[in-house]
Design a protein around this ligand. Sequence first.
Ligand SMILES: Cc1ncc(C[n+]2csc(CCOP(=O)(O)OP(=O)(O)O)c2C)c(N)n1
Length: 334
Amino acid sequence: MTCQKFAKCLNRRLISEKAKINILRMMYLIREFEIASRKMFKEHQARGEFLGALHNCDGQEAIAASMGAIFRKDDYVFTTFRGHGHSLAKGAEPKKMMAELLGRAAGYSKGRGGSMHMFDPSIGLMGGNGVVGGGLTLAVGAALSAQYRNTDQVCICFFGDGAAATGAFHEALNMAGLWRLPVIYICENNLWAATTPINFGCPIKDISDRAAGYNIPGKSIDGNDVYIVYETLNEAVIKARKGEGATLIECKTYRHHPHCMVMPEHRPKDEKQAWLAKDPISCFENMLLQENILCREEQQKLRKDVRDLVAEAVDYAEKCPLPDVNTLYDYVWA
Ligand SMILES: Cc1ncc(C[n+]2csc(CCOP(=O)(O)OP(=O)(O)O)c2C)c(N)n1
């Protein structure tokens, strides 16, 4: 999809100007967080410290940021091992996230979880998961709880194309369809499951086709187009709040970096180049400039503010103490 085609979207009127700027700001925050986290990891590695796995989501920001603009604080989000963007968009604090990346006591999992484990139930952030597809069935439980308590809370579960081939995916969608649960399954199909291309592990073109097997609506969309993601997700959230059940949304997208920090690039150069040209942030920036919602000066200021915020978070995390060794056995159940 080119930026021109992007400009033709009609659904731009659905979102207020203020919300559009907030979405762009969130996309910047996610991108700057990811850039800073890689830099921080490399610096620590150079000093001989290994901080664990780091799965970045640069290139997939349109999906998380749209969710953040629609979702309420009391809605639930289950993320994956590639969950920094989802966590920030759900309201997680960059400082506490950076502290968790560095294994500090002030982090979201008290320094015990690292990059894949940002949890904060007080803002509906139900956490990441090192297990591929690990959140799929947990989301059934959260959605069932909302339905049982008769609230209008909605649950979103993010997962990758690789997770769509697990048994948990089919079990979860079966229950979600059967009980008409207020859950939205968002598959971020970035075309690769670690080093496995999508056509090695998936026999169909659109993962959303699987929704029909569970009597829920399914849609495959351009996951780099904020307006399309927002409109599709908004519709699914309205339905779920009204008690009309689950939706499966497949967002076609691409990660800008290798699977994780310790893996070399394995994807074809031309494929990567083509997707970099469809960077969701550049496309959305151009849209807002064309719509006269943003000028270059404001855009640069917005980005700088976010960059400063992330730099502060890194500084804070670096200064935070590691967990006290006397707490080693705390939170361990045997
Ligand atoms: C149950 C399980 N199997 C295998 C792995 C190893 N693994 C980690 S990430 C990954 C690929 C997942 O791909 P996908 O679901 O498409 O997510 P993406 O990395 O594209 O965001 C695999 C196989 C794991 N963590 N858990």
